[in-house]
Design a binder for this molecule. Structure first.
Ligand code: GLN
Length: 543
């Protein structure tokens, strides 16, 4: 789009140094100045999207309004910048190749030999431009996944190199995020790997305009001068970014370092408004303030990798910050519960949460924990699979029949209380075929869930194939299950909750994707309030 400026983030030295958070925080700096920003992630893997990948490979799958199944960095972007992104904001090598090959088969390139340059790189450039077009953003931030030097990311780097000439130097900026390792007995930070990765970047024709040097300890001025000199970047544009105690401090650190002002000056742009960080500073202050703590048991099957439940953990924290309680998450492996292990953690928990999931491994362990929560009146929050299993557990008890189940786990069950949605029956493809994205939910009067919101119509993000089986609505309703949220046509149960329990709520949707640090999700707030009240802690809801 004419006039759109692009900031490209590349990574050097090692992966997992927080390039996504850095890009997201930069987006916030620009948004605070009244600039319309958008942000995109380019992922070098060949999967079309991470939807079919194991969370062990990739962490959680983050879902957008339009149903795109995305990299978890999109979650950082939405939470830090407080924007809603769309499908164009996550591009993978798989999508690019699928498109180019489809065009080739259609005959769009008749006569031509299809090559990485220019066909693949042109498709990448088209997708970068699409973000500016679809959002009307003045500045588009683009994060290139992986580390410079990876074979997989080369076409993306070549595409952004070309964009500098296509769009002009005045409209593009390259930010390289690197790592300064801490080495030796006298504990020195080393700049050599940064120098090497900048050299590598130069060898493919990209000269960074800014270097963000991540480290675990303070970076002194001498080191910054050294990086500036050896990497040929202005000293003002070498930004040290020490690992922050609180993730949400990162925008404040980058603000102080003058990152956004430098960028705007480089683009010749004026900031429409001056940034006001008071809310954000207040947020960080509240995160750091000592507060009474509560224990929430989070039961999953990928708990060794906390990133597999990143948005859930964040949403719990947001609610805790809002209510003035520290939420300690106790990660519990569902299979351990089946082996009789980890029950002491369940017994010690003040609240229990079962997040989304797929497949039968660990299901019975989760159901046992849900039973414990129901019988002992421990606040329980079930998200998607966690809601479905809450229904299964309740039905097993109501019917005195342990065979009640979801047909995802037992095709032949006599009581299929959770069943495949009718529109899912003929689908055989696994990728991108679930009920995905934003759908409305009407809250039913006199329910705990409705009491959590100040509206009765909400719209939430989904990712599932199975649903509550309406054949059981009446009978389970008579036994004390309330259907607190329904699709507008009344056909789909979106929220189930139990009467006669302080908080036993399950949502068919994923509320965690809409929680923001300054705007926690109302159901997470209600859950944590019930957890805190359960152990006699008074919460300060309107902080
Ligand atoms: N496996 C369940 C389904 O497909 C739950 C999905 C989820 O928890 N996201 O409906």
């Amino acid at each position: 789009m004419a006039g759109t400026k692009y900031i490209f983030f590349t990574g050097g030295v090692v992966s997992s140094v927080g390039k996504g958070v850095t890009a997201a925080a930069t987006g916030r700096l620009l948004k605070e100045r009244g600039i319309n920003v958008a942000i995109q992630k380019l992922d070098p893997y060949i999967n079309v999207d991470p939807g079919t990948m194991s969370p062990y490979q990739h962490g959680e799958v983050y879902v957008l309004d339009d149903g795109a199944e995305c990299d978890l960095d999109l979650g950082h972007y939405e939470r830090f910048i407080d924007i809603r992104l769309n499908r164009a904001c996550n591009v993978t090598t798989g999508q690019v190749y699928a498109e180019v090959i489809a065009k080739e088969r259609r005959g769009d390139y008749l006569g031509g030999t299809i090559q990485v340059i220019p066909h693949i790189t042109n498709e990448i450039k088209k997708r970068i431009a699409a973000v500016g077009k679809s959002t009307g953003a003045e500045i588009v931030l683009v994060e290139v996944g992986g580390t410079v030097g990876d074979i997989e990311s080369q076409p993306f780097l070549e595409a952004i190199r070309q964009l500098r000439s296509d769009l002009g130097r005045e409209n593009t900026m390259f930010v390289h995020v690197t790592w300064l390792p801490f080495i030796g007995a006298n504990g020195e930070l080393k700049t050599k790997p940064t120098q090497h990765s900048v050299r590598e970047l130069r060898s493919i024709g990209i000269s960074p305009d800014m270097i963000i040097a991540r480290s675990d300890s303070p970076v002194d001025d001498e080191l910054i001068e050294k990086i500036a000199l050896f990497c040929d970047v202005e000293k003002k544009a070498v930004i040290p970014l020490e690992t922050a105690a609180v993730l949400y401090e990162v925008p404040l650190v980058l603000e102080k370092a003058g990152v956004a002002d430098y960028m705007l000056k480089r683009f010749g742009m004026d900031a429409p408004t001056q940034p006001d960080w008071s809310n954000w500073q207040d947020l960080v202050k509240r995160v750091k303030a000592p507060k009474p703590s509560v224990k929430v048991a989070l039961i999953g099957k990928y708990v060794e990798l906390h990133d597999a439940y990143l948005s859930v953990a964040e949403a719990l924290k947001h609610a805790g910050i809002h209510l003035g309680v520290e939420v300690e998450i106790h990660w519990i492996h569902s299979s351990d519960l089946e082996k009789g292990k980890s029950w002491e953690k369940i017994q010690a928990a003040n609240g229990i949460l079962v997040p989304g999931g797929f497949g039968s491994r660990g299901i019975e362990g989760k159901i046992q924990a849900i039973r414990f929560a129901r019988e002992n009146k421990i606040p329980y929050f079930g998200l998607c699979l966690g809601m479905q299993l809450m229904v299964v557990e309740f039905a097993r008890n109501a019917f005195q029949d342990e065979s009640a189940n979801s047909t995802e786990f037992d095709h032949a069950t006599l009581h299929p209380v959770i069943d495949l949605m009718s529109e899912q029956r003929d689908i055989t493809d696994m990728g991108g075929t679930m009920r995905l994205g934003l759908y409305p939910c009407v809250l039913q009067p006199n329910t705990l869930s409705a009491g959590s919101f100040d509206t009765n119509l909400i719209s939430e993000r989904h990712r599932h194939r199975f649903e509550f089986n309406n054949a059981y609505r009446q009978v389970l309703g008579e036994k004390g299950m309330r259907f607190a949220g329904l699709s507008p046509d009344g056909k789909l149960v979106e929220i189930a909750e139990l009467e006669d329990h302080p908080f036993m709520v399950g949502t068919q949707f994923h509320p965690e994707f809409l929680s923001r640090p300054n705007r926690p999700h109302p159901l997470f707030v209600s859950f944590i309030r019930a957890v805190a009240n359960g152990v006699g802690i008074k919460t300060s809801g309107d902080q």
